[in-house]
Design a binder for this molecule. Structure first.
Ligand code: FE
Length: 230
């Protein structure tokens, strides 16, 4: 397997490139529009063929590269079945397996941060989008976010993966790159709660400012990454 973790400094977003083998197929998870050229040249440098680009959810802090990547490479664009984004060629449902040249990704419906968020489990790792971050969790105060749904996704789905599963989040703002399920269960301050109510109370007190790009990014991400309006 070929694995690369790429970072967008402006939004603190992680993008993941996973390839089956040199000369084989590749997919991108949560690609950022501004880096489209970088992704395409990296895919070429590694001798890979990009066949799938996936967004874990509709992002509020950066514009997706899905539309541009599909136009440029002919790859299939995918999101979960509840998305309203127009440039998605294929939607996956909870439990569905996505095959990439021998690699298997299992779609896991993990709402909370948004009502259409999915995580992707592959072998020894899980790509959590913003459902579970390192020592943190995705905010639940907009885009149909729901802290109780987030609690259920985290405690009843993600934390039930094997302890040693590597956690690769959709964002980081402090320099963390990877964690494990056991590490997050034990050390994440957000996960030291005893009930969904307690978690909802904690999330309700966060009082975070809106993402800078939200009013541009959300409509653009529903429209294939095209920046609309004025
Ligand atoms: Fe997000």
């Amino acid at each position: 397997m070929i694995f690369r973790q790429l970072f967008d400094q402006a939004s603190g977003t992680y993008t993941y490139l996973i390839g089956s083998r040199p000369g084989g197929e590749a997919l991108l998870i949560d690609p950022v529009k501004e880096h489209t050229e970088t992704y395409l040249s990296l895919v070429e440098q590694l001798g890979l063929k990009l066949v799938i680009a996936i967004d874990t959810h509709t992002h509020a802090d950066h514009i997706t590269a899905l539309g541009d990547l599909r136009t440029r490479s002919g790859c299939v664009t995918m999101m979960g079945e509840r998305t309203h984004a127009e440039c998605v060629s294929t939607q996956f449902h909870d439990g569905e397996q996505i095959n990439l040249d021998g690699l298997k990704f299992r779609a896991l419906y993990t709402p909370g941060h948004t009502d259409e968020s999915f995580s992707l489990v592959m072998d020894d790792r899980v790509f959590t989008g913003d459902a579970l971050l390192i020592r943190g969790t995705g905010r639940t105060d907009f885009q149909n976010g729901d802290a109780r749904a987030g609690y259920d996704s985290i405690f009843n789905k993600l934390l039930r993966l094997p302890d040693a599963t590597f956690v690769y989040p959709g964002h980081d703002y402090k320099g963390w790159t990877v964690s494990t399920i056991a590490e997050e269960r034990r050390f994440s301050p957000r996960l030291q709660v005893k009930s969904a109510d307690e978690y909802a109370e904690l999330m309700g007190k966060l009082n975070l400012p809106s993402p800078k790009l939200m009013d541009i990014a959300v409509p653009a991400n529903l429209a294939c990454g095209r920046i609309t309006g004025g």
